[in-house]
Structure formats: C-alpha cells, structure tokens
Design a protein around this ligand. Structure first.
Ligand code: PDD
Length: 295
C-alpha cells in the first residue's frame, strides 16, 4: 500500500568527493547540518535511470543555497550533483525501475557557533539513491488527510533541513491513520508536510500561490503547465479554512507522491468521497509526463 525507499545494505553513497558504501560514509558530529539543521536539500525521482525535471530541481537547489547563503566551490555545483546522482544510479543498479535521489548540502563542520564558519570550512555534500515503489493502490482508492496548524518559519520557499514542524505534523497524521497533514496558516491551507495541494471549489481548480509560505514544488509547477495545456485554468487564490466544506476534489502533489487524491479530510468526505474527475485526468497526464521523462 505504501511507497517505500528500500535500502540495500551494500549501497554506495557520495560524501564530499568520495563514492563509498553507506556503512563507511562519515560526517562529523560538528557538522552544522547535525548541530543547527543548517543546510538545504532536494529529492528527485528517477525512472529507468532518467532524473525527472532535473533542471528544475537544480534551479531550486541553487535558489535554496543562495537563500541561506551557502556558497559551493570547486567541483561542487547543483549541475554536478545531478551527474553524481546518475553515477550513483549506475553504481547501485538503479538504471531500471524507479528510484529516488536525495541530495543535501550543509554549511560544513566546525566548532559550534551560530554565525557562519570561516571561509576555509567547506560545505558538506551528501547524495544517495534508493529504490522507490510508488503509492499505486492509494493513488487509485484515494487517501485521507488531516489539518494541522502551520508552525513553520517565514521562508518555507527554501528547501531547508529545518523540518521539525513538518515532522511533528506528519507524525500526528500517521497516528491518526492519515496519509498527510495539510497545514493551516492565517486561516488558509498552505501545503502538506511534504506535498503541495490542489482543490476544486465551485468548479475552479485552486492552489496556494508560490510565495514564502510554501515550497515551490516541482510537481506543482509541472502539473500547472500540464493543466494549462489541457485548457484547465488554475486559480492561485488560497483556499480558506471556511471553504474546505465546499471542496469537491482535493489532491496532493510531490516528487514521491505524484497526484494523490484526498477523499477524506479531518474524517469528513471530500466531495463524493472518491477521487474526482479532474484529479483523475491530472493523475493521468502526470503519469504520462513521468513515463516520458519530463523535460
Ligand atoms: N518534499 N512542500 C513541501 C514542504 C515539501 O517538502 C515538498 C517535497 C513539496 C513537493 O515538492 P516537489 O514536487 O518538488 O517534490 C511541497 C520532498 C519530497 C521531501 O521532503 O521528501
């Protein structure tokens, strides 16, 4: 029923210039990612060895790095990370089937102090891949979600390692038997803990605009373009909590989620309590785009 990132004990990861077995990979206990959550990351999807929308993930990684003022030097650049990712897919026998690629950059390892380390401290770069099984059954039946307060900071547009509010809300969802928690800030739905969302209210497809309160999801943007090609208009006016009972369709989007219909929100059916027509249509076009390798 669930998507998994299966781990091979012999798998090869990349850390700071070296390809080595995961069990031998080491990062300092003084790493600022560990001590402060001081870093950024990306998650990409690979299908038969092809990284989906790699160009957009690169751009977002660069934007996140700029946003938190981590400068990469020498051999390291987001474009190079994608090459390393391809190498890892090969080394781990993941050129066939589905996989995820995780890349993380932190501000490096140094004596704990809040301000930035001296310029000679290099960022830590970690990249790994894992086999991935999509949520096929749940995507067919539809999943449930709950709402939770959005307790995150004011730069949710940066994909940083500071995920504690996401972790807590996600765990609450799991404990309540729900697939995802949809976050509420200032009376509107912003996004999920690891997904963006789209909803249909009075016949129009709505989502939260790309501002500093949400992550500009790659799947969200691919889907927006696919919807445009189908002449489906997208209204980026946030959905208010008071509009939730009017939702006739609701779905989540994300690299590891694709288009996931939400048929129950806070224990109440969404629309007819089954995946809606528009959801199904967009699910299909995203699946086609993924199968064809995207960009
Ligand atoms: N999360 N919103 C948040 C807060 C996310 O963390 C993610 C992705 C998304 C969807 O973005 P995209 O379509 O680019 O995957 C939206 C990744 C998958 C994760 O943290 O594992």
């Amino acid at each position: 029923m669930s998507a998994t990132a299966d781990r091979d004990p012999k798998d090869i990861v990349y850390v700071n210039g070296s390809f080595l077995p995961r069990a031998q990979a080491r990062v300092s206990v003084e790493d600022r990612g560990f001590v402060f959550g001081d870093g950024v990351y990306e998650v990409l999807r690979a299908i038969n060895g092809k990284l989906f929308a790699a160009r957009f993930h690169n751009q977002r990684l660069e934007r996140s790095l700029d946003g938190v003022r981590i400068a990469l030097e020498g051999d390291h650049s987001p474009a190079r990370f994608v090459e390393i990712g391809r190498q890892l897919l090969k080394e781990n026998n993941l050129l066939k089937g589905q996989a995820t690629l995780y890349m993380q950059v932190t501000r490096g390892a140094t004596i704990r102090a809040h301000n930035f380390p001296p310029p000679d401290v290099a960022p830590t770069v970690y990249i790994s891949v894992a086999r991935f099984t999509p949520y096929t059954d749940l995507a067919e039946s539809g999943a449930s979600a709950i709402t939770q307060p959005d307790l995150r900071w004011a730069r949710c547009d940066l994909k940083t390692l500071n995920l504690l509010p996401n972790v807590l809300a996600s765990q609450t969802a799991k404990e309540r038997g729900a697939f995802e928690a949809m976050l509420i800030r200032d009376g509107v739905v912003t996004e999920g803990t690891k997904t963006n969302f789209f909803g249909v209210v009075n016949g129009s497809l709505r989502t939260h605009p790309c501002d500093s309160h949400i992550l500009p999801g790659i799947t969200r943007s691919v889907l927006r373009d696919l919807a445009r090609d189908l002449k489906i208009e997208l209204d980026e006016t946030p959905i208010k909590v008071s509009e939730i009972p009017k939702l006739s369709e609701l779905f989540l989007t994300g690299t590891t989620t694709d288009v996931m219909p939400i048929v129950k929100l806070d224990d109440k059916p969404v629309g007819k309590g089954r995946p809606g027509e528009l959801t199904r249509k967009l699910q299909r076009v995203l699946a086609e785009s993924l199968a064809s390798g995207g960009d």
